[in-house]
Ligand binder design. Sequence first.
Ligand code: FAD
Ligand code: PYC
Length: 404
Amino acid sequence: AMSWHQNWPRQWRSPDPKPEYDVVIIGAGGHGLATAYYLAKEHGITNVAVIEKGWLGGGNTGRNTTIVRSNYLWDESGLFYENAMKLWENLSQELNYNVMFSQRGVMNLAHNLGDVRESIRRVNANNLNGIDAEWLNAEQVKEFCPIINISKDSRYPVMGATLQRRGGTARHDAVAWGYARGADDMGVDVIQNCEVQGLMIGNGTVKGVRTSLGDIKAKKVAMACAGHTSVVADMAGIRLPIESHPLQALVSEPMKPVIDCVVMSNAVHVYVSQSDKGELVMGAGIDAYVGYSQRGSLHVIEDQLASAMELFPLFSRTRMMRSWGGIVDTCPDASPIVGKTPVKNLYVNAGWGTGGFKATPGAGWCYAHTIAKDEPHDLNAPFSIDRFITGALVDEHGAAGVAH
Ligand code: FAD
Ligand code: PYC
């Protein structure tokens, strides 16, 4: 139907790589593109290339279930994710690009006494950090989301939920595209179909990248390559405490609006929202094995649909339309690594595991600061690699809401 449309302006250029840049970012997902945008916008560093082995936004950014929230337990994470939330709240205006940020409310259900205690503790911790969070009992859950089954006869009855009203969803592709266009406008080169295959290192300092399109020199190199971070870090001889696992999701056939909020259940294990096209968007925990194939196993889909049936009997005759997988980079404490590496001028942003989409603006903002100043911002300082030596871990397995 659109075939008669012609001469639409390109949103970004498709440049050949230059021989040298001030900063090369590896990975054109949301994080890499946001980093390039803030390097240019906040720090005036525009001689930047974002190198992508596939197409921009084709990694986890384009594969995730788009849930955005900032209801993490510990101060370090709460402050970090809340800064990201504030950036989300102005992102469409900032980029002049509609990222369809929809603050429809995120509920995390509690199904046993342990869940209830952990959830109320987290609500209190969030409120102390100025993050909006409420505790709902089962009847209030039903009021907020009328199609949820709160029967006491369920295998794991709903005993209540945390609610973050400012949480919600955003259009994942638009986030990547908006940052790409904004960065490109300021002179950043986004180079697609170019794989980083090696790092040039001399005297303990990174000097550039070896790519499928040739060598590119760089004063600074920044990894933003999510599930493949261990592979790229290995090129510098760095071993990270990261495991890469498949995480899959699925959508149903489209239907009229039935659920106007986001519901997550860590106990029975499913999360659900409805897209603007009407599809139910659902996911579960990671597939337990490590691997790099962007697909998952059938039993995970079966479990997640059984959980969805339990919570939403209404969906019983809905047909599944599509499923897919991404590769998530998980850290032992379910928190990310954002900072310097033992190689001078080489930086790492990784370990976001199942939850880095919500962090995209905040991660890009802090990572740009870290690269520009060669030292972390206060917000990402707690997320250095050193914490795995000092033991200052930030354990967010509870708040991650997704088993990994
Ligand atoms: P990516 O978007 O994966 O970008 C990394 C890029 O690096 C890729 O495009 C890749 O091709 C490129 N790359 C890798 N190696 C190289 C190389 N050698 N050379 C060049 N380029 C390279 N998070 C949430 O907050 N909410 C959610 O609801 C949510 N749901 C999820 C559901 C699923 C199914 C999955 C898979 C993830 C989900 N996540 C969610 C996690 C979230 O998607 C990620 O944490 C986030 O998108 C990571 O962004 P990124 O830019 O770091 O990674
Ligand atoms: O981190 O909120 C999250 C999330 C939801 C689904 C996958 N990750």
